[in-house]
Design a protein around this ligand. Structure first.
Ligand code: AMP
Length: 579
């Protein structure tokens, strides 16, 4: 028996109702257990509020106004009534649920609803809007109330389940094996393909071994290799020996794919951002290869002042209409530091030194895709000089790479180490935290609705956000206003299932906004849940100051992890012992 969309909606309601992350995993694994092979992909994308993997930019193309019309058409109600109900319930999904009726007879299958939505998404051109509306409202009128609610939310891109990818991987493991033991293999496949639907299907169809056969593929972003921290050049040379040293540019991470003459560019969080980078697309088209995957950092360069434009300005392109103007005034360059695939061959197992040679030869002479400079050394003096040199040029610092290391998709390890400016006494790097809630403010700040914020970091093993600090200072009134604007729509009545905190703020937030903070040190704390286990206390930040609101390049799951905090705490202790 095929799973109906109404049955899926009942699972979504259960997922929505739970406050516990273990429950999320359990319900999801039950859902996977109940799904047939050909239902696994649609179910996987739909539970994340999508029709395709994250990196495929499909839009159903019915905005809120049109959806109001669709609901009105489906249930033969006046548009004004639907709009008013959506306003008072605060959610057009709930408004649809309120007017929908129970269905009798053949309810549409999940696969069928997914197929129809995909077809609606594909319609474009003149007359497509009317036809989209008609098809959509007909589809909706065949569904029961809960299904109508979720259909609207999916279409608006407003699914609120907050299911992280690791939670899906755990659920898949449990559905297949009864426990979480497949998580590492699943994670490996996920790091190479970023496609949870494909993974779910492959696992069911061909078993665990087949997951190893899911290789790096042009057109599907692989998860970025990330850098660890070490306190100073001595520690780097001691730990890594002979290394390659590169400048650390403060731009945007770009993964450039070229296949069959087509170019796609993905951000660090694997979103498709091809349209934002016309210069890079053009340059990638001209490369003398059949297909290729490159990794680099894009940064705008102002030819007049001969200076690099700071990160915030580079990213403002995304918000502005004038990409073409921006491209003319301050054209982008990408400093390419890696290559993962070329002409049908997966290059990720090659040692970095060899991969870099390929980059160097391939890009020789180009001025838009430029190989990042690389200095080889095993000397503390040379590394220190490079670091200071780049800092004096206005760059962030250096990234040091182990020359014999493979490209490990999704890994943050000592194959890459970042070294930044280091003011003694302070932590040498900022921390990206996720906002979990507000405490109401007094006086002037109450005006913006927040006196302090509760902030957390990400525990990737458990796919949970754990608290690490309250934030109160470091922001101008303007900054508070911006945070408030971003966080306001994320307010929820109860603690979200993936948040684990002993402290209870006045208002909970869905964990989405990432802010960058600088703190003096990390201290043990019984009040915070970051890193807490058994009778071990958690970690807290001492004197945190907000440095910036990071929105464009970081998802909440890309915030600093508990593992990094633990690592930073240990490094800080070593420094204190030595100092
Ligand atoms: P972080 O985001 O602080 O963990 O630092 C790692 C980031 O530095 C990467 O994700 C890149 O976006 C950026 N980056 C800049 N220059 C380089 C480089 N030469 N090699 C690797 N990453 C770099």
């Amino acid at each position: 028996m095929a799973m109906t969309f109404d049955q899926l909606a009942a699972y979504l309601d259960q997922l929505e109702g739970t406050r516990s992350r273990n429950e999320l995993v359990r319900i999801l694994s039950e859902l996977y257990g109940a799904a047939a092979l050909e239902e696994l992909e649609p179910v996987t994308y739909l539970i994340q509020g999508r029709l395709a993997p994250f990196f495929v930019p499909v839009e159903i193309g019915l905005g809120e106004r049109l959806l109001v019309t669709a609901v009105a058409m489906a249930y033969e109600r006046p548009k004004e009534e639907v709009a008013a109900s959506a306003r008072s319930l605060g959610d057009l999904g709930l408004a649809a649920q309120a007017v929908a009726h129970e269905v009798t007879g053949d309810a549409p299958a999940v696969v069928e609803v997914h197929r129809q939505l995909s077809e609606i998404a594909a319609q474009s051109g003149t007359g497509s809007q009317t036809s989209k509306l008609e098809r959509f409202s007909r589809l909706m009128s065949d569904l029961g109330p809960a299904a109508a609610k979720h259909l609207v939310r999916i279409t608006m891109g407003k699914m609120r389940l907050g299911i992280g990818d690791p939670t899906v991987l755990d659920a898949l493991s449990i559905a297949q094996q009864g426990d979480r033991s497949l998580r590492p293999v699943l994670e490996g496949a996920y790091n190479r393909t970023s496609d949870l639907g494909l993974i779910a299907r492959t696992l069911r169809a061909a078993g665990v071994e087949a997951l190893d056969e899911l290789k790096v593929t042009v057109g599907k972003p692989l998860r970025a290799q990330l850098a660890e921290r070490l306190p100073n050049p001595e520690a780097v040379i001691k730990k890594l020996g002979l290394v390659g040293v590169q400048p650390k540019y403060d731009g945007l991470r770009v993964q450039i794919h070229r296949h069959d003459g087509e170019v796609s560019i993905f951000s660090r969080n694997l979103e498709t951002m091809t349209d934002m980078f016309p210069e890079l697309v053009e340059a990638a088209r001209r490369l003398p290869v059949e297909n290729v995957i490159l990794d680099g950092e894009a940064i705008a360069y102002d030819p007049a002042s001969e200076e690099y434009v700071p990160f915030q300005e580079t990213t403002s392109r995304r918000r502005k209409e004038g990409i073409a103007e921006a491209a003319a005034a301050a054209p982008l360059r990408a400093f390419v530091f890696d290559i993962m695939f070329r002409d049908g061959t997966d290059l990720t197992p090659l040692p970095y030194e060899q991969r870099f040679q390929v980059v160097d030869r391939l890009l020789a002479g180009g001025d838009t895709l430029v190989p990042a400079p690389l200095t080889k050394t095993d000397s503390v003096e040379v590394l220190t000089r490079e670091l200071l040199d780049y800092i004096s040029q206005g760059l962030e610092g250096v990234v040091v790479k182990r020359l014999d290391s493979p490209y490990q998709a999704g890994a943050r390890n000592f194959n890459w180490v970042k070294l930044k400016r280091h003011t003694s006494g302070e932590l040498s790097d900022t921390i990206d935290v996720v906002l979990l809630g507000y405490y109401r403010g007094k006086g002037k700040r109450a005006e913006f609705g927040a006196g302090a914020l509760l902030a957390g970091v990400y525990d990737s093993d458990r796919d949970e956000f754990v608290s690490i600090s309250k934030l109160g200072t470091g922001l101008s009134d303007e900054g508070w206003r911006e945070i408030h604007q971003r966080a306001n729509p994320l307010e929820v009545a109860e603690k979200p299932a993936r948040v684990n905190s002993v402290l209870v703020p006045d208002t909970w937030l869905r964990p989405e906004v990432v802010v960058e903070v600088l703190a003096d040190e990390i201290t043990p704390s019984p009040r915070h849940t970051a890193g807490r286990s058994g009778d071990q206390p958690g970690f807290a930040l001492r004197f945190p100051r907000i440095v910036s609101v990071r929105s464009l390049d970081k998802r909440p799951e890309d915030a600093t992890s508990v593992r990094e905090i633990r690592e930073m705490y240990q490094q800080q202790r070593q420094r204190q012992v030595r100092g």
